[in-house]
Design a protein around this ligand. Structure first.
Ligand code: AGP
Length: 368
């Protein structure tokens, strides 16, 4: 097999740009477009109604997809979700009720810690569901249910299209769980499914911010440290933004829950450290705005990723505001993944780094 970069300079650029297509393809497997409902392409050996909780484990970007889905499962299906990085889960001897659901997320399906967690869950008599991109992988073989992402081969070490496809599958599962548990009405499901159906088009729209982001990345490349902030599902996305940037540009970056700012990281704010705030206009928007005001009052330079309404309502001076299309708040993290990926990519390219093959990193970590 020989992967092809097409007209792109790097696999990562190609994979970022492919997302509307592969998310659409993944969606077509999980959603009945005409029926406006989720239809899972497999049978589940359990009923969501009978679950007391879901335990999720994964590593890196796949873990952050899992963390976003915690918000979805809890909000839409009212199931408590416990989530851990797999390297912790595998050793902490978590008590698991037999017949519970253990969920794993992995692009490769070969990550050593995630596989070990899957084996632990199997030994503890859990139903195991793995969201994987490689259907022939070890994790796919050893799981009760394979929830495949149809991202196609991902070559860039920095995961991009696998992440947004994982989110697509996880949101479909959360909607299915909400229906089974009676926490979503047929009307609610329609609304959510239509929000999902709109995602590929909105991702294409989001790509149109690329030139602005490329210009901005020149500024970012001068930074020694970058702080990413967000609330709700934008919080795991802030961590994903920081992970992407540090992986390929080697700039130190941290992702924080915006509400944690005053519990420590605010001490770092000065004119030299860019603060990237992810704040779509949702129910907690005002809370994030007040955190931004705290940053601005200390001379911090803000890059705001928001939507049309958010941009109108902040009334703050920012270093840059990236205005995303207005989308249903539930799918916002899928769309907002695009600008954070582009920002990391262009910063690293501008700095002359090897974005597809960053130093010290392997595409899949098959040894502990
Ligand atoms: C993402 O950009 C990373 N390279 C890394 O965190 C990755 O997501 C992690 O190693 C998990 O890999 P997997 O999805 O193949 O299990």
């Amino acid at each position: 097999f020989m992967a092809d970069k097409g007209n792109y300079r790097h696999f990562m650029a190609k994979e970022i740009h492919e997302q509307a297509e592969v998310v659409g393809r993944t969606l077509a497997h999980y959603v009945n477009f005409a029926g406006e409902r989720v239809e899972l392409p497999f049978d589940l050996p359990f009923d969501f109604k009978d679950l007391n909780r879901i335990s999720i484990s994964a590593c890196g970007t796949a873990y952050l997809a899992g963390l976003i889905s915690k918000y979805w499962f809890e909000r839409l299906a009212r199931i408590p979700v416990e989530i851990d990085v797999a390297s912790e889960f595998r050793y902490r001897e978590a008590p698991l009720e037999p017949g519970g659901l253990a969920l794993f997320v992995s692009q490769s399906g070969e990550t050593a810690d995630t596989l070990a967690s899957l084996r632990y869950a199997t030994a503890e008599k859990q139903h195991t569901v793995s969201v994987v991109n490689v259907p022939t992988s070890t994790m796919a073989r050893e799981s009760n249910v394979v929830a495949q992402t149809l991202a196609g081969v991902e070559v860039g070490v920095a995961s991009t299209k696998a992440f947004t496809c994982q989110l697509t599958v996880l949101l479909s599962l959360a909607i299915a769980a909400g229906r089974a548990r009676g926490t979503l009405t047929a009307e609610d499901e329609k609304e959510l499914v239509n929000a999902l159906i709109a995602v590929p088009g909105q991702m294409t729209e989001a790509m149109k911010r690329e030139h602005q982001i490329e210009v901005l990345s020149r500024e970012l490349s001068k930074a020694k440290d970058v702080l990413y902030l967000g609330r709700g599902t934008s919080y795991p996305l802030a961590m994903e933004g920081a992970l992407k940037l540090k992986e390929i540009s080697y700039i130190h970056a941290e992702g924080y829950a915006a509400g944690e700012l005053k519990h420590g990281p605010i001490a770092l704010i000065d004119e030299t450290m860019p603060v990237i705030v992810i704040a779509p206009h949702d129910s907690i928007f005002e809370k994030t705005v007040s955190n931004m005001q705290e940053v601005a009052a200390r001379g911090g330079r803000i890059v705001l990723i928001t939507d049309e309404r958010g941009a109108l309502e902040t009334g703050l001076d920012t270093m840059a505001t990236i205005v995303m299309p207005s989308v249903h708040p539930i799918v916002a993290p899928i769309i907002n993944a695009v600008p954070i990926q582009l920002l990391a990519y262009h910063t690293a390219v501008f700095m002359g780094k090897d974005v597809d093959q960053p130093r010290n990193l392997a595409k899949s970590v098959t040894v502990e």
